[in-house]
Design a protein around this ligand. Structure first.
Ligand code: NAG
Ligand code: NAG
Ligand code: NAG
Length: 608
């Protein structure tokens, strides 16, 4: 038909009356307009479809390899080592920039760690031995919410957490016990007033105390002691007895309300302890800490940028001095370790602290330790990401790892906490080439006594002076260590306070041993645990128990006397003293060594 397309309108100009020519022109222009709209649309749609099919999510992808746009290929290739390709296909997640950053950051467990299960028990075989650690592998981080949408990537994402912990958290028994406790407490005062019921009163009191104790230590059913069913039944019977008395309902009701008000704090506390917040608060660096780091970094560049001089640099490799090493990305924590060590030592002039941190906190740490002095001790801050070591192109920062290991058999249940060297510890002999002996402190440790005796300790040819845990023996970790190749009856040990003979370490080339053990692999979460335990077999010198007390980050029932007498306190566990969730009774020992007047702390609203 003439005039239908752009080309036709030109031809219609010949030999037609003006009116018809006019109509032809209008149709022509309209056609042009429609075409001009359609072409890009078709083009766009076509590209969109091609992109989608080839890029991700489609099962037919493999049958049409020709459509795969090369940039998607590129991205997948780039992500290859850290993120399996099938993850993208399975969940149709666009490889956004944040995702990449995120995975990169996941190599720094404590600073900005990815939301992940591992701090909580995970299911494995072997009578459900469970292992959790601070470090997690990115492969398992692609969950979706209920509607099938991928979880948004951010730290502590509830969506992700939920997915990964869906079956893990079982707390119906805990809830039931809390209810029982609640009711029992409401009845108690009324029963106690009945002169003839002293026996029942006594019974109730005992039951209440017992349940309170249990609940103070348990947030999930896994934490509950095994005889708990019996206790619960006993409590039920007691409550039934109490209910059988003609008590004034009004009284009980009033009491219930009262308890409800009174225990708001307590309820709050328990709620906070409940698994999600628990994880969140532990895993995300609190905002205020992040603020502190930022403020200090900005200040560093404002004031010091060029004229920074290291007045005490000559001390850093002086063999005659006492060298302490701390891995940390937490400014306050490292300040507290150093301050507590110096404050409790007879002499500070011979002390040198080497704080190894990541690039993100390096300048902030530097400024902090320039602004603050610790008597006459020297403090060196090292950015591990800038270390130049032979054979190690890029060094990534890592904190010591913490593991929570739960044992559960039909008749018995218990949980052990271990903290262990990370791969970074195995670079110590190279980083400190000039030193032969060092003491490694973790940043969740405080020192309460003079440590100088550690420097004259005869370790009888062993390499690592450490606290031994003989309540956990290697033989019990078969699922991690394998069947053979170690002495089953040997005790495990803890990092936290370690006296290290670097000379001997180099002589035995333990770093090499560790690296080959890591290469052997094994259960993914526990590779470092296994490698460290096996590397130091028969090379551990057991420090006397009085040197360290650990568990202040998870154990509510440590003896006060023991806490006060220990040379060092290790807040291993999730309840670090600088977190709101820290165990209140143990916080004071830590806070004591913090300068709370520091203007940067108030600027960032830090009030631990
Ligand atoms: C627990 O371990 C024992 C011996 O190691 C084994 O015989 C038993 O089958 C295991 N039980 C479960 C439930 O895996
Ligand atoms: C090490 O870092 C450099 C620059 O940051 C990078 O180009 C290189 O690929 C990294 N090497 C390895 C083995 O990761
Ligand atoms: C070190 O601890 C003492 C208390 O023992 C405190 O007064 C001081 O301010 C602390 N110093 C720093 C730099 O935190």
């Amino acid at each position: 038909m003439k005039g239908g397309g752009g080309g036709g309108s030109g031809a219609s100009a010949y030999g037609f009356p003006a009116k018809r020519r006019w109509r032809g022109l209008v149709i022509g222009v309209l056609g042009l307009v429609i075409l001009s709209m359609l072409v890009p649309l078709v083009f766009l749609l076509g590209l969109y479809n091609g992109f989608h099919t080839a890029g991700y999510a489609s099962d037919s992808q493999n049958s049409k390899p020709g459509f795969q746009p090369s940039h998607v290929d590129d991205v997948i290739r780039k992500l290859g080592p850290t993120l399996p390709k099938d993850v993208f296909q399975k969940y149709a997640i666009e490889p956004k920039k944040e995702t990449i950053d995120f995975i990169h950051e996941s190599q720094e467990p404590k600073g900005l760690p990815p939301p992940k299960v591992d701090a909580l028990p995970k299911h494995t075989h072997e009578n459900s031995t469970k292992v959790g650690g601070r470090v997690q592998s990115p492969e398992r981080m692609m969950p979706m919410d209920e509607s099938g949408k991928p979880c948004e990537w951010k730290f502590g994402s509830y969506c992700i957490w939920r997915q990964e912990n869906r079956e893990v958290i079982k707390d119906s028994m805990v809830k039931k016990l809390k209810d029982q406790l609640f009711v029992a407490r409401a009845y108690y005062p009324t029963i106690a007033k009945l002169p003839t019921q002293s026996k029942l009163t006594q019974e109730m009191k005992q039951n209440i105390q017992e349940l309170e104790r249990v609940l103070s230590e348990s947030t999930t059913d896994l934490d509950l002691p095994l005889q708990i069913e019996k206790k619960s039944l006993k409590m039920e019977a007691t409550i039934a007895k109490a209910k059988s008395f003609p008590v004034d309902c009004n009284n009980v009701d009033k009491k219930l309300r009262q308890i409800f008000d009174m225990t708001e704090d307590e309820a709050n506390f328990h709620m906070k302890q409940s698994a999600f917040l628990f994880q969140l608060a532990v895993q995300t660096m609190p905002k205020s800490m992040h603020c502190l780091s930022m403020q200090l970094t900005v200040e560093y560049f404002r004031i010091y940028s060029t004229k920074l001089e290291l007045s005490q640099a000559e001390k850093y490799s002086d063999l005659t001095l006492n060298h302490y090493i701390i891995f940390s990305n937490n400014i306050l924590a490292s300040s507290v370790v150093i301050n507590s060590t110096v404050s409790n030592s007879k002499e500070s002039r011979n002390q040198v602290f080497h704080v190894l941190t990541d690039g993100q906190n390096y300048f902030a740490m530097k400024l902090w330790f320039l602004r603050n002095s610790y008597e006459e001790a020297a403090v060196e801050v090292i950015n591990v990401e800038h270390l130049k070591l032979d054979d190690h192109e890029n060094v990534t920062f890592a904190l010591p790892q913490e593991f929570r290991i739960s044992f559960r058999t039909l008749t018995h249940s218990r949980t052990e906490y271990i903290s262990m060297f990370s791969h970074l510890h195995y670079l110590l002999p190279e980083i400190f080439k000039n030193l032969d002996k060092v003491v490694v402190l973790e940043d969740d440790v405080i020192v309460q006594r003079d440590l100088s005796a550690l420097w004259s300790l005869d370790m009888e040819g062993k390499v690592n002076g450490a606290a031994q845990c003989c309540h956990l023996r290697l033989g019990e970790l078969k699922s991690i260590l394998g069947e053979n190749g170690y002495v089953q009856n040997d005790c495990t040990w803890m990092s936290g306070l370690n006296v290290i003979d670097l000379a001997k370490w180099r002589e035995l080339d333990l770093s090499q041993t560790f690296r080959s053990l890591v290469r052997e692999g094994g259960s993914t979460d526990a590779v470092a645990l296994r490698a460290s335990l096996l590397t130091f077999q028969s090379l551990i010198y057991a420090l006397d128990d009085s040197w360290s007390l650990y568990g202040l980050g998870h154990d509510y029932k440590l003896n006060v006397q023991d806490v006060e007498n220990a040379a060092t306190l290790h807040y291993n566990g999730y309840l670090k003293p600088w977190l709101e969730l820290g165990i209140p009774n143990y916080k004071a020992y830590w806070k004591k060594f913090l300068d709370r007047e520091d203007p940067f702390l108030s600027k960032c609203n830090i009030n631990p």
